[in-house]
Design a protein. Sequence first.
Length: 75
Amino acid sequence: MRESGENMPFANLKVPEGLLSAEQKQELVSRVTELYVETFGERARANTMVLVDEVAEGGWGIGGRVLTRAVLQGG
């Protein structure tokens, strides 16, 4: 539980749907949490929220180009 007035570090990671395994998602959550702890101190660990958001195929793009799993995987 957070103390009153304490900010909660938050990271929202957008990834292509179905591209990452459960283990890879766990690794992202762990590493981002560790980065926040390095930045804000150990007290941030219990309050850090990392959300791994899977985006549907073709649901995002960069530079005006819709990206697909095939494009991202070098296909």
